[in-house]
Design a protein. Sequence first.
Length: 249
Amino acid sequence: MRSWRQRRRVSQLDLGIEAEVSARHISFLETGRARPSRDMVMRLSEELEIPLRHRNRLLVAAGYAPVFPEREVRAPEMEVVRQALDKILAGHEPYPALVVDAAWDLVAANGAAAMFMEGAPAELLKEPVNVMRLSLHPEAMGGRLVNLPEVRAHLLHRLRRQAEASGSGRLAELHDELAGYTYEGVDLNVAHVPGPADILLPLRIRHGDRVLSMFTTIATFGTPVDVTVSELAIETFWPNDEETAAAFH
């Protein structure tokens, strides 16, 4: 609990105020001088916005059974979730859309997203396909990104922040792997300075004889109580100019 509180940069006093518990009791819980109730674990986890997977681990550490189920996406109980994902992916055609899990492994995608995998080495396309690795690998999308330095800096920053916020060692290892990629003839130290007409940082990728310019939105489920559902994210890609929109259509 202490490591999560420190990761969130919250003092014992501030956490106690938000959770309506004394800072002294928070201290006793963190040092093992007091044993938390299950409700206390749940309350503190909620205030610290701890991922459901780790809330289960905290409950087990406190001597309680985990309360958040973790089902496979293909499980019968997940039918309503699959239906929602299928409708979103299909409804976003002809533009690309995909679903990833907490590790950025591909869960589902629509037909238009196949363009991101064109020319990628076979080892990168073996399941589970990692979307971050596919995006920055120099023999995959990383070699086709016209504005690679800017996109790379943005994706690495996002990945580092996610690793810190989630406490995921796997994401931290993935960040270090991607940060170590080298690209022949590319200066990675170029900082992106937005122009007066810029609104979003586009993803500019070579596709055949065209350069497609896109931006993305990311959506999650609003009220998950299942570990798997809580970790799913839907990334949709949108044309950044009329030429790109026409190319997709």
